[in-house]
Design a protein around this ligand. Sequence first.
Ligand code: NDP
Ligand code: 2IT
Length: 451
Amino acid sequence: MAISDHVDVDQFMAGLVRRNPGETEFHQAVYEVASNVFDFIRDKEIYHEMQIFRRIAEPDRIVSFRVCWTDRTGNIRVNRGYRVQNSNAIGPYKGGLRFDPSVNQSILKFLAFEQTFKNSLTGLPLGGGKGGSDFNPKGKTNNEIMRFCQSFMTELHRHIGDHIDVPAGDIGVGAREIGYLFGQYKRLTNRFSGVLTGKGLEFGGSPIRKEATGYGVVYMMQDMLARCDDSIEGKTCLISGSGNVSTYTAEKIIDLGGNVVTMSDSSGYIYDKDGIDTDKLEYIIDLKINKRGRISEYAKEYGVPFFDSERPWQVPGDLVFPCATQNELSEADADILIKNGCMAVSEGANMPVEQEGVQKFVDADILFAPSKAANAGGVAISGLEMTQNSIRRTWSKDEVHESLQKIMHNIHEQCVEYGSNTGRKHIDYVRGANIAGFLKVANAMVAYGVV
Ligand code: NDP
Ligand code: 2IT
């Protein structure tokens, strides 16, 4: 085939949009990877001949199921559950479960697609998947959460296994939900296995898993800055969200001498210009993770402003860490952040910056670490949790933490390898992550033939 006969990105995307109508988040995620990968494989015949990209962008399978449960008033409730198994080319499907009313097939397909490249970047044998439900955990009692998790797992257990598919947490799924899900899996199968990660430390969980995503997001920022002879110390940092990823991002920034001035939740953000210190962060962890309260309560407690229904991107800051959800930072937000002098962005959430916003940052020579690289620390330690479960050992906190640092540094180096020589001032971390993540999966697929 002559190079000119190859399908180009626009033709490919037109077909993808036609085959997946209305799935805008999925289109967005695929386009971002395709635009780099098509350019890279232009003269690499084997990936065209084997239709590798087309195959990665078609999930291996999608399971969708009804989840019935009884609420505290005795009403029967019906939700929809899903598992998207995108690719097991380099290991069992692996990725989180999200419980949120916004969950739909498009969002889970984008997340499973992204997870495939992210997991490849970790260097561990992990395929890509994602699942969840449109169940809304807000305002539910513990018993309601337990009954929902048990019903969800009653179907999901047929599709997962420690060598098949290993779910974990994501938005709305934390330690409590993983406990209920694992309890039900064990009851249904009579097997104690590493079928879920993010488990409690008493029953097979790994040290550092709960901190890993947030710490990794900061290690990626540290590595990007170090290449420019700079550091986090003394920098004003903007964080969105106040859940698992946000709080441990904040913890590590504070540890390294940065000044965290914003955090948020789905109802608005707080601006504490004196900085959120360790005590204040402990208050947030207790408020948001233990008590499931609202971030506005922080404003009352510490006498700082709360901005109802807004996001923290109006605040001047050096370093930006969007850690709540997808598409939470628009092109207009990027313009404001750039005007206010921001230097670098490390994405804690999955695809939090809209495509046009990413372009703005890259064009303005702002260091930009895309989520598939920056937030890979969480799934990496999930991978190490699977290893520990297989060998029936628990490593020490220090051992796991050291591995996390090595893995994040290695991801940074892969981005440098494939994101250099683009004619730009900085490494193109988006291009580097997309190509490095693609190659390992693609080469495995070539080895398997047409399957
Ligand atoms: P949590 O449920 O612990 O926290 C989510 C946070 O984001 C909460 O503060 C929540 O506010 C806020 N939020 C959720 N939806 C919205 C919205 N639509 N608008 C504004 N704020 C919102 O989730 P995680 O911290 O685990 O996940 C956050 C992001 O990080 C997600 O994109 C997830 O996919 C990604 N991620 C998570 C990993 C993990 O290990 N947990 C690993 C890698 C990525 P509220 O309290 O009001 O709901
Ligand atoms: O988006 C993610 O990487 C996660 N939610 C964590 C997945 C995992 O399997 O630990």
